[in-house]
Every structure is written in C-alpha cells, then in structure tokens.
Design a protein around this ligand. Structure first.
Ligand SMILES: Nc1ncnc2c1ncn2[C@@H]1O[C@@H]2COP(=O)(O)O[C@H]2[C@H]1O
Length: 422
C-alpha cells in the first residue's frame, strides 16, 4: 500500500512537470509571436519612413501621466505609393476591434484601387472591415497552382505574374508574362469556396497586398454579398442567346470563373485586345474599339517626311531610310499574291525558274518614284530655311524619323453595345 502511494505521488509529480513544461512552451510561443508581430511592424515602419523629413516629430507634456508624448507625423503619410502606416495599424487589428471611423478611413484610402471600386459600397465597407495587410518580396509565391486556397488578394503596390508552373519561375524567363498590377486582384474564387488554385501567382518585385480570408468573410456575412453579386451575373448570362442551350449548372461554372469590372467614361479597358486572355461581356453601357494608325510604322509616311526634310537639309534622300529594294518588294508582292497557305519557299523557287526560262530581270522593269521630289514645295522651303535642321530623332523599322513627326491617330472601328461580347 505504501509502495503504491509513493509511486502514485511520483507519477503525479512527473505529470505535473510535463504540464508545467507544456505551459512554458505555450507561453514561449506566444511571446515569440508577439515579438515577431512587433518586429514586423517595425520593419514596415523602417521601409516606409522617409529619409528626408522636415518636421517628423513633435511632443507635448502630458500632465496626467507626467511624461512626454511624442507624435510622429510620418505615421500618417505613406512614402509614394506605399500603403499608409496608419492604415497598416488599423489592419493589424481584428475586424471586430475596428471602429466605424477606422473602417471609413480605410474605405477612403482603398478608393484608389480599381478592383475595389468595382464592388458596391456596402461590400466595399465589409471588405475594409476584414482586410489584412501583407508585403512580400520578389519571387515569393502567393498562390500555388493545384493547392487549396481560401484567400482573396488586392494588389496595393507592385506587380505579380500569373503562371502555369508550380513555383512561378517561368514568369522570370517569359518575355511576355501575364502581369497584374496595382489595383488588380486575384484569387476571388477563394471567397466563395476553398477552391483549388487554377494558376500560380508570384511577385515580380516587392508587392503590397490587402488580403481577405474566407473565415473572416463567413464571420462577417460577406459571403451573402458575394452570392448576391454572383446571382446577378448568372441572371445576366441566362438572358443571353449565346447561352440559351447551356444548363444552369454549366452557367454557374462560367459565373464563378468571371468577375465584374467597372470602367469610367474614357478609361482604357485593354491596351491590345488581341493579346488579352479574357472574354468580356458588356453588362451595362457601351465601349469603343479603336485602332491605332501609327504613321511611324508606315514606310510611305517616312519617305514623305524625308522628301520634305531633304529639301530643307539638302542631303541625299536614300541614305535616311531602310526601304527594301524594288526587286525585293516585287518578289514579296509576287509571293503574297499567291493565295492559300505559306508556301513562300516553293513559290520563290518557282518564280526564279520562270524568270530564268524567260531570261528577264525584275529590277529592269520596276522604277522607283523615291527620288522624284515634289517640285512645288522645293523652292519655297529652301528659300525659307537654308541651314540644316537639327532635331531629336527616333529609330523606326524603316529608319530614322524626327521625334516630332512620329505621330499617329486612333480610328474608331466598332462600338460594342450592352449585351455584346468583346
Ligand atoms: N489569365 C489570367 N489573368 C489574370 N488573372 C488570372 C488569370 N488566370 C488566373 N488568374 C488569377 O490567378 C488566380 C489563381 O488562383 P485562383 O484560381 O483562385 O484565381 C485565379 C485568378 O484570380
């Protein structure tokens, strides 16, 4: 009995020791976490704090506390483009701890982001309530293809690339990676369900994000707003003739793949629609498709400009631009005049044989009009400006062109109406 009592006490002591050790470990983890968070904030401050401050701080004597309170004005100013430190501080708080006033302040700052403004105001305020701030360096993978994810990201500063590989390395080798910049967003599917990521997103430079986590979305009833918006998109597609034969299930798959974007009057939607990887449906309003007629890309414009400049400058015209020889142009014309596919090589062989048989020379039959200058303009310009012109030049495909003469014009080629597709 005695022996049993001793061993029981020993066991109890051992268990207590284990308990104390566990408590110590938990305590240490908590302390480390607090330090980490503190240092994170300090690092952000160091990055953001400007090197040249005029009147960075001022202090007042607090009578109650009998101590000096120091106030750093730079806390309220962000270095150009960075997320303001005051907003970072608000975003470090739990959503439920953020006051109405703070949410309103965040809402104002976030208006610079196009993708944020796309949402209706109630949704914008809810997002401001739950967002957290993150900053990551170049090459950091934010979302990994094939991995389940439940966060949605707004880009406040910097650039990310969307890639098909797992580690995002292809973005640094690809001459034309898919890039998302300030004001863009990605991972929106993570808001509706913890879905598998379709692509990898990697930072191309130091990038600042505002992140929305799914658990915060659910806790703050944001999912209802997201659902409302998705329902709206579903109804829009349902009315379109194009999807008349699609089942509801298929249409929902399309709905979750897309997002609604708003553009103001005169705002550029896409610089080169041919290179865009999106299909756009116009839900409201109209937009215009313009074609740029870049005169700098036109050899005849270049020739025309130089014809006029040579009159002033008195230099040989042909030296100025790399126009192909008439023979080359004729060959190219004959090749192009063949219909069907690109059998250029065979066509050229065939043509050469034909010329050999006929014993004709192509250059003999073509005359260039390049040296024939407009007679009327000549004397007038010459008499006005007898000295050579010095002006900044740009290099084009066909030779040098005075910078001022590198002009172009946009031509409207189509208007896309509500319910139509780009
Ligand atoms: N071609 C693309 N252009 C821009 N963004 C894309 C493209 N493909 C995927 N994405 C975004 O990259 C994200 C990767 O994670 P998700 O699949 O959750 O959501 C994806 C989209 O938000």
């Amino acid at each position: 009995m005695k022996r049993y009592t001793i061993s029981h006490a020993k066991l109890l002591k051992e268990e207590l020791g284990l308990y104390e050790l566990t408590v110590d470990i938990i305590m240490m983890i908590r302390v480390c976490k607090i330090f980490r968070e503190g240092l994170g904030g300090f690092r952000e401050f160091q990055i953001i704090a400007s090197a040249q401050r005029k009147h960075p701080t001022f202090s007042v004597w607090d009578k109650k506390k009998q101590s000096r309170i120091t106030f750093d004005t730079m806390d309220f100013v962000a270095e150009e483009g960075h997320f303001p430190p005051r907003a970072i501080k608000i975003m470090q708080k739990k959503p439920s701890w953020r006051t109405e006033h703070e949410i309103q302040a965040l809402w104002t700052i976030l208006q610079v982001l196009d993708s944020y403004r796309n949402y209706e105001e109630p949704m914008q305020l809810l997002l401001a309530k739950v967002m957290r701030f993150e900053r990551f360096g170049r090459r950091r993978v934010i979302v990994k293809k094939g991995v389940r994810g439940n966060s949605f990201y707004f880009i406040y500063l910097g650039t990310v690339a969307v890639t098909e590989d797992d580690d995002g390395s292809s973005a640094f080798l690809d001459p034309y990676p898919i890039l998302l910049r300030r004001g863009g967003c990605f991972g929106e599917m993570g808001l509706q369900s913890a879905s598998i990521r379709r692509t990898t997103v990697v930072c191309m430079e130091e990038t600042e994000f505002l992140v929305v986590d799914r658990e915060d979305v659910l806790a703050n009833k944001l999912d209802q707003e997201v659902q409302k918006e998705a329902q709206h998109r579903f109804e829009f597609f349902r009315k379109m003739d194009l999807f008349a034969l699609w089942s509801d299930e298929k249409l929902w798959q399309l709905v979750v793949l897309g997002k609604t974007e708003k553009f103001s009057y005169g705002q550029l939607i896409s610089k080169d629609i041919v290179k865009s990887s999106f299909i756009m449906f116009v839900c409201k309003g109209t937009c215009e498709v313009l074609r740029l007629l870049d005169l700098g890309e036109s050899p005849s414009y270049l020739k025309w400009v130089w014809q006029h400049l040579e009159l002033i400058d008195d230099r040989p015209l042909r030296r100025r631009f790399n126009e192909p020889s008439p023979r080359e142009r004729f060959k190219e014309f004959q090749i192009k005049s063949y219909p069907l596919q690109d059998f250029s090589y065979l066509k050229l062989l065939h043509l050469q044989k034909a010329w050999e048989q006929e014993g004709t020379s192509v250059s003999g039959t073509i005359k260039t009009s390049g040296n024939s200058l407009p007679k009327l303009l000549g004397p007038k310009i010459k008499s006005k400006l007898a000295h050579p012109i010095k002006c900044p030049m740009i290099n084009t495909k066909f030779g040098e062109l005075p910078k001022e003469a590198a002009v172009g014009a946009y031509m409207k080629i189509h208007t896309v109406e509500q319910g139509e597709i780009i």
